[in-house]
Design a protein. Structure first.
Length: 242
């Protein structure tokens, strides 16, 4: 456990370039015990919130780097890290019973596509100070305005919507945002190739990452962290070979 703490020490991480490994390892290790209770036939959804009074940031990479650095530290009272059963009606208050203001959000969704094709995505946030979305490390959306979807995708200034042609295999969706007030419910959905309706990412959506082991084989938190780090290495190798 001391070795794991050293890897995730915020002071050490702030001196590193934030590779995709470090981004995933911190959040997935923190939520490994929750993963063990989930069904294997599922997307893996993790949520981190941390205290932040930051205003809107100038670039998408600033959102990613700043919030990754915050998430590398243990959460203070009113914030937390966990896995989600469903990416629907999610807020810091509803998940952690915490603050309704001064929140940095980070979501990671690891999912698998059985076939290559065009996927549509839409994300309904409450990011009063903007946010950014990345898919497999590529920027898909970046806005600095006050974003509040209010349960409707009628205005593209208030949400993130995009299409991506995905190959078969595992993929990583990352969502970052800053909220000053007042922590409304958020959502992330997809429309898979051949689908007819949008579906919220969930623990029963059938898009389980191919390289994540069966939950029953994960030995507590350290073993789970190493197993998921192994998934990330394989994911990067797959991407580099394309």
């Amino acid at each position: 456990m001391d070795k794991l703490h050293s890897i995730l020490n915020p002071a050490d991480m702030s001196a590193m370039r934030f590779s995709s490994f470090s981004k995933l390892c911190s959040v997935l290790t923190l939520s490994a015990l929750s993963l063990a209770a989930q069904q294997a036939n599922a997307s893996l959804i993790t949520m981190d919130t941390r205290y932040s009074t930051s205003s809107a940031l100038p670039t998408a990479d600033d959102y990613r780097t700043t919030i990754d650095q915050l998430a590398a530290a243990a959460p203070t009272t009113g914030y937390g890290s966990t896995t989600l059963a469903s990416f629907d009606n999610v807020s810091n208050q509803s998940v952690f019973g915490g603050s309704s203001s001064d929140i940095a959000f980070r979501y990671n969704v690891i999912f698998s596509s059985a076939d290559s094709g065009a996927w549509n995505f839409r994300i309904g946030p409450d990011f009063g100070n903007g946010g950014a979305v990345f898919l497999d490390g590529t920027l898909m959306g970046f806005k600095t305005n006050d974003m509040w979807w209010s349960g409707s995708y009628a205005s593209t200034t208030q949400d993130f919507e995009f299409l991506a042609n995905l190959s078969s295999g595992d993929h990583l969706l990352q969502i970052y945002g800053l909220e000053n007030c007042c922590d409304g419910n958020q959502q992330a959905q997809y429309l898979a190739p051949g689908g007819t309706a949008y579906t919220s990412f969930s623990s029963t959506d059938g898009h389980n990452p191919n390289a994540v082991p069966e939950p029953g084989s994960l030995p507590l938190i350290l073993g789970a962290g190493l197993a998921l780090a192994g998934w990330q290495r394989r994911f990067r190798q797959q991407q580099s070979s394309k």
